[in-house]
Design a protein around this ligand. Structure first.
Ligand code: HSE
Length: 298
């Protein structure tokens, strides 16, 4: 078994939207936007393609690569890491999950291990702390996931092809730590019970392309009420998107990104046009392939 990465390797990891309204820390969806990470053996560590603040050994993908090697009893390897960054850094689209998944996948490959989605997911989830971004990032599509004694269960569901996701990414960051700190330590039993059917409703609606069901199900009491004040454009965006015909409107992950779910291109175009001026916005679809890993030339 080889103990170093001998050839350049590119890992492509999709953006993800976690929670999907009532599926807090459980549901996630891979989207057609990605970050790529090329790890190449090199005499000296080098970083390119990422914002300058990540171009050092604090880089999460680089760190995870060598931490994965360390966990296998292997010494650090110097690599040149070249990134293409498609996923906004302002939060809510799983950009840190892309780094963790890429680092784990490349670290395992550097040890000569074959690509293994389950092992990559188990390790990535242990690093991230919750599975709702890393599960769709690794597996693709719509996932419901949970952890039992360190083992991740990831349930995949189809997404009807007509769904379009209008993704708004405000130019300001909401840090996940801050968004988690905004949550109460306990919730009322009635609120917890109220979520369960709605969480299942979101999955069924996305599977079947049922916009009315998605609208009825997309009412959350576990996180969105506490996080709305952290996203100053939330109220205006929500009202504009729902008025323009979106079936549902969610905070994506812990924000600041937000998602309006629409059926079909025409509806998505209407909703896109209604988003208040000045906010970066794009129309995405569900990505079904998850992470890909391939040798490459640099
Ligand atoms: N489920 C997580 C949260 C996603 O809402 O805090 C963000 O990482």
């Amino acid at each position: 078994m080889s103990a170093v990465l001998e050839r350049p390797l590119t890992v492509a990891v999709p953006a993800t939207s976690a929670n999907l309204g009532p599926g807090f820390d459980c549901l996630g969806l891979a989207l057609t936007l990605e970050n790529t990470f090329t790890f190449a053996p090199a005499p000296e560590t080098d970083f390119s393609g990422c914002p300058p603040r990540f171009a050092d050994t604090h880089n999460l993908a680089w760190r995870t690569f060598n931490e994965t090697r360390a966990s296998l009893g292997l010494p650090p390897q110097t690599v040149a890491l070249s990134q293409t960054v498609g996923v906004p850094l302002s939060g809510g689209l799983g950009s840190s999950s892309t780094c963790i998944v890429a680092g784990v996948a490349a670290g395992l490959a550097s040890a000569g291990l074959p690509w293994d989605r389950e092992e990559t997911l188990r390790r990535a989830c242990a690093i991230e702390g919750h599975p709702d971004n890393v599960a769709p990032a690794v597996c693709g599509g719509l996932t419901a996931s949970f952890v039992t004694e360190g083992e991740v269960t990831c349930l995949q569901s189809d997404v009807a092809p007509e769904w379009r996701f209008v993704v708004i990414s405000p130019p300001y960051e909401v840090r996940t730590e801050d968004a988690r700190r905004a949550l109460p330590a306990t919730v009322a039993h009635a609120d917890a019970a109220r979520q369960l059917g709605r969480c299942f409703g979101v999955v069924r609606a996305l599977e079947r392309g049922d916009g009315a069901l998605l609208g009825r199900a997309s009412h959350d009491r576990l996180h969105e009420p506490y996080r709305r004040p952290l996203i100053r454009d939330y109220d205006a965006c929500r009202e504009a998107c729902l008025d323009a015909g979106a079936c549902a409107f969610w905070i994506s992950g812990s924000g600041s990104s937000m998602v309006a779910a629409c059926l079909g291109d025409a509806s998505a175009a209407n909703v896109l046009a209604a988003v208040p001026d000045g906010l970066p916005v794009r129309v995405l679809r569900a990505q079904t392939a998850g992470t890909s890993i391939a040798p490459c030339d640099v």
